[in-house]
Design a protein around this ligand. Structure first.
Ligand code: HEC
Ligand code: HEC
Length: 259
């Protein structure tokens, strides 16, 4: 499906303009890091300046904390998660063997929290759930994103792609309108990236806190005046599958820093 950009609507609503230089953008995947200001890059690169590390440290504590049944995540996965395989972490969302449905990394750690430790459930995108996810994904920092798209995953991937390309809201736009066809264009003063997810959960300076991918997707829906979906919903799971897979080949940056 090809999406035509409605310049008439956009021109009035958000002032989309062509950047002075398009040379840095190629057809290849590129991380949102590429379009950051130098000072933001430096913040991300330095663990002492990177405010996302607070969530990672909080997650590290939760990982070691004893649950209702007397176990911790570390009981099975080793101190600091050293028995977890970073290559596996880079494949999420994965197909759950029991439900035969994709599960996001955050949903997986929420499930582990309740099923393996006997704790009360964590709310999706809550600060504890984000901290645990950030800690686990940070273990895979530098690993290449490698999400399965074929085989039994294919129908879910196709549904995620469809959602990504579905127009909605007053501005009648889709995710692909901004991140698919015209990466490198400007929206107001901001250069657009491909909307990649390799940095999540990440520290968003504009929010002054760590946000998860589904929060960011909700913020984007708000940006084009459309309704998002509930966190942890089927739609966001499928979108996360498609968005992560679009970034196959990028290196995980968790926790990234973004404007
Ligand atoms: C009782 C042991 C046990 C506990 C406690 C436990 N897990 Fe797991 N976890 C497992 C097993 C077993 C697997 C699955 C390996 C498989 O099925 O392939 C797994 C898989 C995972 C994976 C996927 C990576 C992989 O290698 O498959 C992550 C991430 C994970 N657990 C995180 C956590 C977190 C976070 C906690 C604490 C909230 C936790 N686990 C608690 C046993 C445990
Ligand atoms: C009106 C334009 C617009 C639309 C439509 C839009 N976004 Fe965005 N999005 C932005 C802007 C602006 C940013 C911040 C700058 C950047 O990275 O492009 C952003 C950032 C993101 C990021 C973070 C990128 C990073 O490097 O951290 C993700 C992920 C994302 N968008 C996903 C989506 C998804 C999924 C949809 C559809 C639900 C969507 N966006 C629709 C404008 C848009």
């Amino acid at each position: 499906m090809k999406l035509k950009f409605k310049t008439t609507i956009i021109a009035g609503a958000c002032m989309l303009t062509v950047p002075l230089s398009t040379g840095v953008f190629s057809a290849d995947v590129f991380s949102g890091y590429t379009i950051l200001k130098q000072e933001t890059k430096e913040m991300q690169d330095d663990d002492f300046l990177n405010q996302g590390m607070e969530a990672v440290e909080k997650g590290r504590k939760l990982f070691a904390s004893i649950g209702k049944n007397g176990k911790s995540c570390a009981t099975c996965h080793g101190q600091g998660g050293k028995k977890l395989d970073p290559k596996v972490i880079a494949t999420y969302p994965v197909l759950n063997s029991k439900t035969q449905h994709p599960v996001t990394l955050q949903q997986h750690v929420i499930n582990e929290w309740t099923e393996k430790l006997g704790n009360a459930p964590l709310k999706y995108e809550s600060s504890d759930a984000l901290a645990l996810e950030a800690f686990v994904r940070h273990l895979a920092r530098g690993q290449v994103v490698n999400v399965q798209t074929g085989g039994e995953m294919a129908p879910f991937y196709e549904r995620g792609k469809k959602l990504y390309e579905t127009r909605a809201g007053q501005l009648d736009m889709a995710c692909a309108s901004c991140h698919g066809n015209y990466p490198g264009l400007k929206l107001r003063a901001q250069v657009l990236s491909q909307g990649q997810s390799n940095g999540f959960p990440l520290y968003r300076l504009a929010n002054g806190r760590v946000v998860g991918l589904q929060t960011r997707m909700g913020q984007c829906y708000g940006q084009f005046r459309a309704e998002g979906y509930p966190f942890g919903s089927e739609e966001y799971t499928l979108l996360e599958l498609y968005v992560n897979a679009r970034g196959n080949g990028l290196k995980i940056e968790t926790p990234a820093v973004r404007f």
